[in-house]
Design a protein around this ligand. Structure first.
Ligand code: C2E
Ligand code: MG
Ligand code: MG
Length: 690
């Protein structure tokens, strides 16, 4: 008995609590019981329906045959299931999933019918709602990342089918954070919603606009035939977004930075495409915002290659693959070695010995540059100590990059290094500042330099004359030495302008009481010329090439002054230096003209118009006219100008032949200079002067 009571209670509870509507009829199909959910779903109360045939719920949606079929199944099989369209009490349609069952007694005779139904529309709505949450951004209602990826994959497939282009535009707002910070998050949200609306309006029906979160959006432009086609669309996006917004009673402005990656040019799958568009967006930000940047596959390749190179160089530092070479610096006038410059090399296990140009540009402005400079410095001090123990105390110049010099704490680091090597006098160390143009905080650099000078080291301005602001640095920095850039020194004998620059730098240094050293002194003749201009110190292949540390002591011991350098310091009796450079320059100009490099016809015919010609007429002939050496110089000089003119004339008639004969001109020029040097030497040793 208790069992029956419990069961009954259970059934009652089931009827009360279940979310499905339940209706029970007698065998005549008159309603005998309904549950609460029935009322909620249909709008009818229990009292209104008891005793009635459920047919009153029919909406007219189904045909009479439908009901015949329904009853037929129910009677024959005792069961029917399907969808019904009924009408609620308030007239609205009620779509329901219905299960009908015949309830039988112990003998199998039907006593009741049971109907259980649920609302289809509700579950459909629910599903739609869930989808909305899963695939859309709650704030703006735009597709979210998930749906975007799905759309992107479809768009990629479509682009493949149609052989068209697809542009993924990654968009990040500029100046959104201040709005959020100053006007509050609600205002920020409002602004984002407005942005979403503008984007949505701007896009074509076939495009997708999605929000990835924060102030990042993506617009997919599909069906493009040419890359250029997306430009006007993106311009429109930019200008639409840049228009003022009215948020929380305030007018505010934001713009967008857009990165664009194109399928199939910039990526073969959705993920890559979005990543590349994102990268391009960062470049748009860096380039000044409110603009778009197309992803550049070549640039990306370079960036990745650069990253690889960086890690290779870092590994090389750890593996001790770098080493130092040293190039001597000499005083030509006194004929003594005054020191050496430390130059870094990479002993690459596969590629052999690499010069700085092979790896320094890679680490420019990178922390690795600082690490390398530190290593060079420490290693140089160790080497100086070794030489000192061998009885060779040498002053060494060390190159230091702007990046390293500008590191906060550089002077402290330097002090520590010096303290670790107490046997090395700091005045033996000179720091060469390179790439001065890269010093972006002059005041700070100046402070660092001054502190280093207090520690006892000195500074040189390297490659002087090449930086556009060399003079400004020279004036502001307490540097001890100017290093004339090798490009001027190398060509000074064949280029009067370079000669003039070298001369000017020497004068500048003298006027400001700085030391001056020429780098790139390639031949002994260059040395002679430098001495004549008043530059006594030099460094270059004409003295020695950079060499391993072990080779330096022997080289220093064996060093001897070149004979040319002693003669050259005597006072000038003829304008030899300028004469030399003038004629070498002329020869090169004729050469360039004949080869078609130079279009102006050089003026060469008149030997009296040049410096040597004038000197011969004004002084030379009266002073030395009787010397056979002088007479042969005059002849050679005449020959030089006549030949130059002849070749220029010949050029019109037979340009091939004229170019073939260029070496003749250089030969005459060399002999002329040689003879002039001989004359100079003889004059200065007073052999003939009486
Ligand atoms: P730099 O400081 O101006 O060094 C002079 C460069 O000219 C050296 O090239 C040297 O080998 C080369 N050279 C010397 N004499 C002659 C010559 O007569 N003719 C020609 N054509 N070249 C000559 P290197 O060793 O390849 O170094 C190139 C640059 O790399 C250096 O120019 C310097 O700016 C930089 N560098 C070298 N070592 C270091 C270093 O340890 N740290 C830093 N930050 N930079 C370094
Ligand atoms: Mg240097
Ligand atoms: Mg230099």
């Amino acid at each position: 008995m208790t069992v029956n009571l419990d069961a009954q209670r259970l059934v009652t509870s089931l009827l009360t609590h279940t979310r499905e509507g339940i209706v029970i009829t007698d065998v005549e199909a008159n309603i005998v019981e309904v549950n609460n959910a029935f009322g909620e779903l249909t709008g009818y109360s229990r009292a209104e329906v008891i005793g009635r045939n459920p047919r009153f719920l029919q909406s007219g949606h189904h045909s009479p045959e439908f009901y015949v079929e329904l009853w037929k199944t129910l009677l024959e099989q005792g069961y029917w299931q399907g969808e019904l369209r009924n009408r609620r009490k308030d007239g609205r349609m009620l779509a329901e999933r219905m299960s009908l069952a015949a309830i039988t007694d112990a003998h199998g005779a039907t006593t009741h019918y049971l109907g259980i139904f649920s609302c289809i529309a509700a579950s459909e709505n629910n599903e739609r709602h869930l989808q909305q949450i899963a695939y859309h951004d709650a704030l703006t209602g735009l597709p979210n990342r998930l749906l975007l990826l799905d759309r992107l994959e479809n768009a990629v497939a479509r682009a493949d089918r149609q052989n068209s282009l697809l542009a993924a535009c990654y968009l990040d707002l500029d100046g959104f954070k201040p709005v959020n910070d100053l006007l509050g998050h609600a205002a920020g949200d409002q602004l984002l919603t407005m942005v979403a609306e503008r984007l949505h309006h701007c896009a074509r029906a076939s495009d997708t606009v999605a929000r990835l979160g924060g102030d990042e959006f993506v617009v997919l432009l599909s069906g493009l035939t040419r890359v250029e086609e997306c430009e006007p669309m993106i311009q429109r996006l930019l200008s639409v977004l840049a228009a003022p917004y009215r948020v929380s009673d305030q007018t505010c402005e934001v713009t967008a930075s857009i990165g664009v990656a194109l399928y199939p040019l910039d990526g073969s799958d959705a993920d890559t495409l979005l990543r590349h568009a994102d990268q391009a967006m960062y470049l748009a930000k860096q380039a000044g915002r409110n603009r778009h940047v197309l992803f550049d596959a070549e640039h990306d390749r370079q960036v990745r290659a650069h990253r690889q190179q960086l890690s290779r160089i870092e590994a090389a530092l750890i593996a001790h693959e770098f080493c130092l070479y040293f190039q001597p610096k000499v005083d030509l006038y006194q004929g003594v070695v005054i020191g050496a410059e430390a130059l870094v090399r990479w002993q690459h296990p596969e590629q052999g010995l690499l010069p700085p140009s092979a790896f320094l540009p890679v680490i420019e402005n990178h922390l690795l540059m600082v690490k390398l400079d530190h290593w060079v410095f420490a290693e140089t001090l160790n080497q100086m100590e070794r030489w000192q123990m061998q009885g060779l105390p040498l002053a060494i110049s060390i190159n230091i990059s702007a990046t390293t010099l500008q590191q906060t704490g550089f002077p402290d680091w330097l002090a520590e290094q010096l303290a670790e090597h107490p046997r090395i006098p700091p005045r033996f160390i000179e720091l060469e500042i390179v790439e001065t143009a890269a010093l972006d905080d002059l005041k700070h650099a100046l402070q660092a330099i001054e502190r280093c000078i207090q520690l006892g080291v000195s500074f040189a301005l390297d490659d002087f004359g090449t930086g556009y602001s060399s003079l400004a640095y020279f004036r502001r920095f307490p540097v001890r030495t100017l290093k004339i850039d090798q490009s001027f020194v190398r060509d000074m004998l064949v280029d009067t302008e370079d000669m003039a620059i070298v001369e000017s730098v020497v004068n500048l240094a003298q006027a400001f009481q700085r030391m001056v050293i020429a780098e790139g002194m390639e031949t002994a003749l260059h040395g002679a010329a430098l001495l004549r201009l008043g530059c006594h110190c030099a460094q270059g292949y004409g003295i020695a090439r950079p060499m391993p540390a072990e080779a330096l002591p022997d080289w220093v011991r064996a060093f001897k002054r070149h004979p040319l350098w002693s003669a050259s310091t005597e006072p000038e009796t003829l304008p030899l230096l300028r004469v030399e450079s003038e004629h070498r320059t002329l020869a090169r100009q004729v050469d360039d003209f004949l080869q078609g490099v130079f279009t102006h016809t050089p003026v060469v015919g008149d030997e009296r118009a040049c410096r040597l010609g004038r000197w011969c007429t004004l002084q030379g002939r009266s002073l030395y006219g009787r010397l056979s050496l002088f007479q042969s110089i005059e002849l050679l000089h005449h020959r030089f100008h006549a030949l130059a003119q002849e070749l220029i004339d010949l050029h019109e008639l037979d340009s091939k032949l004229s170019t073939k004969r260029i070496p003749e001109l250089y030969a005459v020029c060399d002999t002329l200079i040689e003879q002039l040097y001989r004359l100079q030497q003889e004059l200065s040793t007073n052999l003939i002067r009486s």
